[in-house]
Design a protein around this ligand. Structure first.
Ligand SMILES: [Fe+2]
Ligand SMILES: [Fe+2]
Length: 210
């Protein structure tokens, strides 16, 4: 059985996602741009930190370490680019509460190896794929230079998604597709169900009582 059947078009950078981002999220994001950018900067920092954590967790996997070292540096460059965009737009720094997405996604990850490593790699692939999808959705709706930055980031995060997916497939040639199906379903719920807080990976905002 081809468990990947039913995912979005394979030519899409976000082909492993089980559900597309709701159009309402795009409108919410554009209406809360400073909040979105602040969370985006945080996501880039977190992406570097996640890559480093994997390097520490699996130091014997030297191919993974080499790839993640490069990836972490790239994510930190993204962080610097978003920080510059925030400064150019004169967005003041505000501490934000963390959204539900990453934390809840992590609850579906196996607690013991060897499946924990596979799940962490697949989770990385899903987060990168969702990021790529949302950068591509937002880029045409933004003004330069943010439009260019987001278009570039869509390409970069799509590369990261294929990198994580490649390592997951190599680590578990038999089990990766079944695990991906379960994790992707969980991810799709978190990214599409109404959310109380607008974040880069949140669902669309819950309608507020008028
Ligand atoms: Fe990034
Ligand atoms: Fe990335």
């Amino acid at each position: 059985m081809n468990v990947t059947r039913g995912f979005l078009a394979p030519e899409s950078a976000a082909s492993i996602l089980r559900a597309p981002t709701p159009p309402a999220w795009v409108e919410d994001a554009l209406a809360h741009l400073p909040e979105l950018l602040l969370d985006h900067a945080n996501c880039e920092k977190k992406a570097a930190s996640t890559a480093l954590a994997l390097m520490f967790a699996y130091p014997e996997d030297q191919a993974l370490a080499a790839a993640l070292s490069r990836l972490a540096r790239e994510e930190l460059r993204h962080f610097e680019q978003v920080t510059r965009a925030l400064a150019a737009l004169e967005v003041p720094y505000v501490r934000q509460r963390t959204g539900r997405y990453a934390q809840r996604l992590r609850t579906a990850v196996a607690t013991a190896d060897p499946m924990r490593k596979v799940d962490l790699l697949l989770t990385g692939a899903l987060i990168e794929a969702r990021s790529a999808e949302r950068f591509a959705l937002l880029a045409p709706r933004l003004r330069p230079p943010l439009a260019r930055l987001y278009a570039d980031l869509a390409g970069a995060e799509a590369r990261h998604y294929t990198l994580y997916l490649g390592f997951a497939r190599a680590a578990a040639p038999q089990e990766w597709a079944t695990r991906l199906a379960a994790l992707a379903l969980h991810e799709a719920q978190l990214a599409t169900e109404p959310d109380g807080t607008l974040r880069f990976h949140s669902g669309p905002l819950r309608a507020r009582p008028s």
